[in-house]
Design a protein. Structure first.
Length: 369
């Protein structure tokens, strides 16, 4: 007999789904390949029907293995489909991210408390250039040249372009520094089918550093990044950098991609990491060649030999301020921390312009004469 007591069917189905969802979750936390999950889970299912009790009657309910496997297969298909959709939205370079931007725009509303502060808009003459990445992509960048040996490589945020950094780099331009504004892979005019979230981008920045050292004589290099660019700068810090990379300044970067996508999954998509975002992580590993877990700024700053200035807005709810305390504590290099009261995501400079640039200038002056 398949099922006894048809009036209890809703409770039976609920019990089955809960039972096998727990089995799936235990497997997902330990096993990566999807096919292996299916096989391993199937092997764990007893060959005899499973008794499930409802809250209406004490009689045992016996469900055949075939139905169990069908339910399991449906759960896996739904999970895999959700992972692909999330990857297409969040990681693929041509994804639609309007819901992310609407949330981020809400974070960017601020008032300049110092009403006497005046912003001067300057038309910058820029050149464009291209390099080839370590994996053969054409990477695009903008350059603003001045009469200085100092170059600032300014790294933009998520799904943006080098030109978007213009409002944030006025203080560097005012000091007469040269500016290099790369388009990250898969963004702006750079080639690529996915967004690297800083992980593969760190290797692209190494290529830009090599290019500067080949094209110009004795450049002194500062790395500056905001949001995803800040995370990129921190991920870069754990690599072996040329001695003329004097310092790194990161603003509102996340501690790890794993933590950030889990946080955004809860706040924007209203879903836990397992199983759907976990599935997106697997899809990202297959399609983009990196996992959310390995893309860790936290682990990279532990290896840094380059001084880092960490900046964050105290009221940032897009990349919560807890991120900066974690990476600052973990950093093994010379370091300094600036948390700007009342500043939201990527708005610390605009919230307190003078404090921001005074801190940045004093930090730079320790390492560049």
């Amino acid at each position: 007999m398949l099922i006894k007591g048809n009036d209890n069917y809703p409770f039976i189905v609920e019990g089955i789904l809960k039972h096998f969802f727990l089995i799936i979750m235990n497997q997902l936390k330990r096993i990566n390949p999807l096919a292996t999950v299916v096989m391993q889970t199937a092997h764990q299912i007893p060959s005899t029907p499973i008794p499930i009790r409802t809250n209406r009657m004490a009689s045992g309910i016996r469900i055949p293995v075939k139905i169990i496997l069908i339910i399991l297969a449906v759960c896996i298909v739904i999970t895999a489909a959700a992972g692909i959709v999330i990857y297409r939205i969040a990681i693929a370079s041509d994804g639609s991210r309007d819901f992310i931007y609407s949330a981020e725009e809400n974070q960017m509303d601020f008032e300049i408390e110092d009403k006497s502060l005046e912003f001067k808009q300057v038309e910058l003459d820029y050149e464009q250039t291209d390099i080839t990445s370590y994996d053969g992509l054409k990477l695009h960048g903008y350059m603003v040249k001045q009469s200085s040996d100092v170059w600032v490589i300014a790294l933009h945020g998520y799904d943006d372009s080098g030109r978007s950094m213009a409002p944030l780099i006025g203080g560097f331009y005012a000091r007469g520094y040269n500016l290099l504004l790369p388009d990250m892979r898969g963004q702006g005019k750079s080639e690529g089918s996915y967004i690297g979230m800083g992980w593969h981008d760190r290797l692209d920045v190494l290529s830009w550093i090599d290019w500067l050292n080949e094209e110009y004589e004795n450049p002194e290099i500062i790395i500056y990044g905001a949001s995803m660019g800040g995370a990129t700068a921190m991920m870069l810090s754990g690599e072996k950098l040329a001695s003329n990379v004097r310092c790194i300044i990161e603003d509102c970067g996340y501690a790890s991609v794993r933590d950030e996508v889990e946080y955004e999954g809860k706040t924007l998509l209203h879903m836990p990491y397992y199983p759907f975002i976990w599935a997106a992580d697997i899809v990202t590993k297959i399609c983009a060649g990196y996992s959310f877990e390995e893309a860790s700024a936290l682990e990279q700053v532990k290896k840094s030999e380059t001084p880092i200035l960490f900046i964050h807005g105290e009221d940032d709810t897009f990349v919560p301020v807890e991120n900066v305390y974690r990476v600052y504590e973990a950093a093994a290099c010379e370091k300094q921390l600036l948390v700007v009261p009342g500043a939201q995501h990527a708005s610390s400079m605009l919230k307190d312009y003078r404090l921001y640039w005074k801190t940045v200038y004093n930090f730079i002056d320790k390492y560049i004469e």
